[in-house]
Design a protein around this ligand. Sequence first.
Ligand code: 17E
Ligand code: FE2
Length: 439
Amino acid sequence: MIDLILRRGKLVSFSTENTVTVTVDIAVKDGKITAISPNFKESAAQEIDLEGKLISPPFVESHIHLDSVLTAGEPRWNESGTLFEGIQIWGDRKREISMEDVKNRALTMLKQQAAQGILFVRTHADVSEPQLIALQALLELRDEVKDWMTVQVVAFPQDGIYSDLQNEMLLEKALQMGADAVGGIPHYELTRESGVRSVQKVFELAEKYNRLIDIHCDEIDDEQSRFLEVVAAEAIRTKMGSRVTASHTTAFGSYNNAYAYKLIGFLQRAQINFIANPLINITLQGRADTYPKRRGVTRVKELWQNGLNVSFGHDCVQDPWYSLGTGSMLDVAHMGVHICHMTGREEVDACYQMVTANGAKTLDIEDNYGVEVGKPASFIVLDANDSYDAIRTRIKPRYVISQGKIIASTIPAATDFSLTGVTPNCSFVEKSVSFSKVL
Ligand code: 17E
Ligand code: FE2
């Protein structure tokens, strides 16, 4: 007996040159997709008529700091709005962290993300804290939520690998404890030379422990910040490109065109992945500018046009670096469309790919990702015509199916214009989200 059939869903195939749309039934058994067909004859224990709604692979959050989520204002607000004041505030807040504190906030966030159709999350865990509490908490949570959410943890040395004697040891210990990826922050090391050495150290550790790499790289407006070329050189040397990610790279938006042109060629040789965080970097960067003010984003359009893999991340939700946000990847894509000038028809679709399939490539989880027979039944249903429409409306998924179970459903807001009166006569029905017993 089949467990679940979703009937009359609209499936869009992005994998070919031409976008193809088909109306299909999807059958689910034992957590896997067992059939996708236009008119599936069998019946199931549970059946839902999707009435033509869009079926999409789930959103991938390729870059978030779950250890700091939901701490905005603690112990104080970021008044300068800069990355560096954010690091100081977090430095004070992290003296107070406990396992319970991190796990509670991160779990709240993961549920909020699941409700919004995210089923794969790469989180950074600050490992420049001597007890590695954030790391331990996120590693435990990774295992506890694995039946409905896939979490990857990056060991991220927020304060620099060489800024304090013990930080190098803590980073290696984090890998021994089971972090999935090694991080770095070369632009925040004390000198250019330490920055270069830190990138080399990250590659050395990744090779030693066979881990992925995700480096916070050149997250500054300084056009002299050129660690991306070092990451590219190491990726070319080690042939690790597809397992390497350069996050943020906002300085790339400030490099002169002659240098940027040369660099793009090196990046194509390196074949590394890129993550831009449009919501956060539009606010963190440009703070030292008068006018015109920079956008604080890497060259997303040029990277994409040159065939490099780019995804978008949210980066923060209500923390010292960004006090707003709900975790929605459609908010992220929406901001990306704006600040990267990706408003062309194909470009909007590309931005949807940047919060779905491209993120899956970066996380190296493609074997378990996508709406295909034989793959885990992990996908979402959106009341939207297509991906352009989804970004435009930023609608919450009607259903979120993870590993064969409907884990969240959202009843859309309904506006009532039927009341008569003098002033605007509408009332709003609150959105309601219900979680099944799985969570
Ligand atoms: N830490 C960092 O170095 N950069 C960021 N954007 C955040 C934390 C959120
Ligand atoms: Fe980040």
